[in-house]
Ligand binder design. Structure first.
Ligand code: C2O
Ligand code: CU
Ligand code: CU
Length: 537
């Protein structure tokens, strides 16, 4: 018997007050949910009793030969993926999670442009998964080891064998050595699991962390640094009253897969409703949406603005002052927030109407020498005329004949079908992301950085029947905060989102996908192959 949308939302622990999915929470109103265990209502917890944790900095364990140039030695890190118990709130029992080096988020990497490093990612996870595995999903078949992992560094320009290809997973007791050359501009990258078919579960369990690349251009700007630069890694989860993670499954035994996960507990750096003591001065906050599916819409109480200085792939050309800051899953924002003049005040970071972090503005510990520069770095727009090829790529939702679920696809193709996107190394292409679904999808390409050209409304039904594009609106330029270098772009429903991409760095096989992890796990991911440049072109 189908249950109503209202009771579905209730069952999912969402409430109806609008915790701010940017679209209706479920595209499948009749989807049946297995009843949650005794669910925790985060509103019953005392807010702002735990200090905001800042992840530890990863430490190298010596030097090892560079695989590309063995005469040279590189810093070598060894990071285990392992079970850990984490206290997400003072009044909750410790939560069993999976973390890198026993932490969620994992340790932060601090690196510089052009200074490569090696990481051995060691799968030290148990043989049994922390969460229910849906074996009906491609790549998660019952005959495979239930626990598998492979780590991807999101935003990195790395060789294919170090990129964390979803099929290059390894079971507990094994490891993979990855080489990250860091030959790219200063930016906040992040690392997370990427295993085919169970990526959403591995990341939900806690397998994520951040990775900063610094460079001289950034240093020259005198931005706030040290204890005045803080990563804010934001994701939502659902908990039972016993403090344990809960990941909902559909009651449909054919396919327990959920089309999107939304939890009512929003964690920052692994804490629920923490506080942060700040000085009345400028801070640089490095924000990451590490949620499975939730889009965040941040604001700060007392009308304190964000000065956005960077996006996914580093600095913008100039700061953008914003009252609201939106981040889709996978996206990052580099912002400066100025607490000067707010001495003695308590203000909050909000997601929609919900408070998620309290700033307690105390006294100065010294003069604020940092700067909010008027201009940041020159941005050269890639001209459309540089593109040698334009690809039309649809984002599709196909309702399944069995059960209530649906499959999300890219260009009508499944993961295992032959490669269709095969750009040539060092060439530029325009990708038209033609969204035929009712959802916004954050589309991410590995290896590359790109620029957003525009978004434009079109006649979806006409496209579906005749495969012809008829625009029904004018082209909308990217928002100022997304007008720099990106690696993840929000493709809005009913719109064609155009990006311009230079495929540079390495030839070989990578992936592009929706960063809603439930979509990615259920076919909304495709390989692409960068072909070597012709020998005497
Ligand atoms: Cu954030 Cu393919 O990944
Ligand atoms: Cu990535
Ligand atoms: Cu999607």
């Amino acid at each position: 018997m189908p249950i109503s949308r209202r009771s579905l939302l209730y069952a999912a622990g969402l409430g109806l007050a609008g915790f701010g999915a940017r679209r209706p929470a479920y595209a499948h109103p009749t989807l049946l949910l297995a009843p949650p265990p005794a669910a925790l209502d985060p509103h019953t917890l005392t807010p702002f009793v735990d200090p905001l944790p800042v992840p530890a900095i990863a430490r190298a364990e010596g030097l090892r030969p560079d695989p590309v140039n063995p005469a040279q030695r590189l810093p070598y890190y060894r990071i285990a993926l392992q079970t850990c118990m984490l206290r997400v709130h003072r009044d909750l029992a410790p939560t069993r999670m999976w973390g890198f080096a026993g932490a969620v988020p994992g340790p932060t990497f601090e690196t510089r442009r052009g200074e490569g490093l090696l990481v051995e990612w060691v799968n030290a996870l148990p043989e049994k998964h922390l969460l229910p595995v849906d074996h009906s999903i491609h790549g998660a078949e019952a005959e495979l080891p239930e626990v598998r992992a492979v780590v991807h560094l999101h935003g990195a320009k790395a060789a294919p064998e170090s990129d964390g290809y979803p099929e290059a997973w390894y079971p507990p007791g094994t490891s993979a050595l990855c080489h990250y050359p860091n030959a790219q501009d200063a930016a906040m990258l992040w690392y997370h699991d990427h295993t085919l078919g169970i990526n959403r579960l591995n990341v939900y369990a806690g397998l994520l962390g951040t990775f900063f690349i610094r460079d001289d251009d950034e240093d020259a700007l005198s931005l706030p640094k040290g204890k005045h630069e803080i990563p804010l890694i934001v994701f939502d989860r659902m908990f039972g009253r016993d403090g344990q993670l809960y990941y909902p499954v559909s009651a449909d035994p054919q396919s327990p897969w959920m089309p999107e996960f939304f939890g009512d507990a929003v964690l920052i750096n692994g804490k629920l409703l923490p506080y942060l003591d700040v000085e009345p001065r400028k801070y640089r906050l490095r924000m990451l949406n590490a949620a499975n599916a939730r889009f965040f819409h941040f604001s700060i109480s007392a009308d304190v603005p964000f000065h956005q200085i960077g996006s996914d792939q580093g600095l913008l050309s100039a700061p953008v002052t914003l009252k609201y800051l939106s981040l889709a899953p996978g996206e990052r924002a580099d912002v400066i927030v100025d607490f000067s003049g707010l001495h003695g005040k308590r203000i909050t970071l909000k997601n929609d109407i919900q408070d998620i972090l309290q700033f307690r503005v105390g006294a100065h510990s010294g003069r604020d020498e940092s700067v909010l520069p008027a201009s940041l770095r020159p941005l050269v727009r890639t001209p459309e005329s540089a593109a040698i090829r334009t690809r039309d790529l649809t984002l599709d939702e196909v309702d399944n004949l069995v059960g209530e679920s649906a499959t999300m696809m890219l260009n009508g193709t499944h993961w295992c079908m032959p490669i269709t996107e095969n750009p040539v190394l060092d060439t530029v292409e325009i990708w038209n992301l033609i969204n035929l679904t009712d959802d916004a999808h954050p589309i991410h390409l590995h290896l590359v950085r790109f620029q957003i050209l525009d978004r434009r409304r079109f006649a979806v039904d006409e496209y579906m029947t005749k495969k012809t594009v008829r625009h029904t609106g004018h082209a909308i330029a990217p928002e100022p905060g997304e007008a720099g270098w990106k690696d993840t772009v929000r493709a809005d429903p009913g719109m064609i989102t155009r990006i311009i991409v230079r495929f540079e760095g390495f030839a070989g096989r990578y992936v592009w996908h929706c960063h809603i992890l439930e979509h990615e796990d259920n076919e909304m991911m495709r390989p692409f192959q960068v072909l070597p440049a012709p020998a005497n072109a």
